[in-house]
Unconditional design. Structure first.
Length: 302
């Protein structure tokens, strides 16, 4: 009911030419700021928020200034970044270094370091608590607890971690290695590869690729939201070629290393490199099974 009641907010945002995403009572506005249009872009954003605030006041709602956050995403190499404060009513909102978005911590350089550190902290505590109970549990039930309280945290929104440097992903890999040792009662200095093979767990990097490819498959088969499906385009050659029947996607050029991590760039590249037998799977369950086998062999048989 709240979503229906607050639907006019979306019309206000469109009138100002801004992009947005809404989830329940959380509304996010996006504006591209260039050196040539910095002042006009910020004015557009501030005016849009002011119109939303006025609409909410007229409709017996309140825009909570204390919970309004601003994140200015820039290159981590950028220097002398200009001030982008905005004013809402009598409050001035300054950019935050980090914001939480549906459980994911985003930082201004999109390094995801703060998010990974938070995941590792929570997962480590869960492993510690499970370890206290391990002597009372068999391996099967221990693995269920690990998946419920550790793996679920590692896998949550993990597709956005694609392309991150090893120093970040290795933090998550160490957490998974520790969890595997708790399940199998392996010693700290035992080689981890046989343990992972025994459990048939995909390593962190392959889990990220698995999630990306699953999202891609669902987008191509009408099982994903439109805003995901619109990010990829089926490859259509200008003349009849064998590649027309290969279930390929149009690859977009990456303007930077960070942009290369985006779904619209990473998904087509990874998808086109999958074997045809995986790409033309008839059902989601068949696709998941074939993809996991492929990634598992890639991780441990090379």
């Amino acid at each position: 009911m709240f979503v229906i009641y607050s639907a006019p907010i979306e019309d206000i945002i469109k009138e100002h030419g801004l992009s947005s995403i809404s989830y329940a009572d959380d509304t996010q506005l996006y504006v591209l700021i260039k050196p040539s249009n910095r002042d006009s872009a910020l004015d557009k954003l501030a005016n849009c928020i002011e119109d939303i605030r006025l609409w909410m006041t007229e409709n017996k709602l309140m825009l909570n200034n204390s919970k309004t956050e601003l994140l200015h995403v820039t290159s981590r190499f950028a220097r002398n970044v200009p001030n982008v404060d905005i004013t809402i009513g009598n409050s001035t909102i300054t950019p935050s270094k980090e914001v939480r978005d549906l459980g994911v911590i985003l930082d201004k350089g999109l390094t995801m370091s703060a998010h990974i550190n938070a995941v590792c902290k929570n997962a480590s505590y869960a492993i510690y608590r499970i370890g206290k109970l391990r002597r009372y549990l068999d391996a099967e039930n221990t693995e269920k607890l690990i998946h419920s309280f550790v793996t679920s945290r590692i896998d949550n929104c993990n597709s956005i971690l694609y392309g991150l440097p090893d120093k970040e992903l290795n933090k998550l890999q160490r957490i998974q290695n520790t969890a595997a040792r708790v399940v199998t009662l392996s010693r700290k200095h035992d080689h981890i590869t046989p343990v992972m093979v025994q459990l048939h767990w995909l390593p962190i990097r392959q889990r990220i690729v698995f999630k990306l490819m699953l999202l891609t498959y669902k987008a191509l088969n009408g099982e994903a939201p439109v805003y995901i499906s619109d990010l990829i385009t089926t490859y259509q050659p200008s003349r009849t070629l064998r590649s027309a029947s290969q279930y390929l996607l149009q690859e977009a050029p990456a303007k930077s290393k960070t942009y290369g991590r985006s779904f619209s760039v990473a998904a087509p590249r990874l998808w086109n490199r999958l074997p045809l037998a995986i790409r033309n799977s008839q059902t989601t369950s068949q696709f998941k099974s074939r993809l996991k086998t492929h990634l598992f062999n890639e991780a441990f048989n090379n």
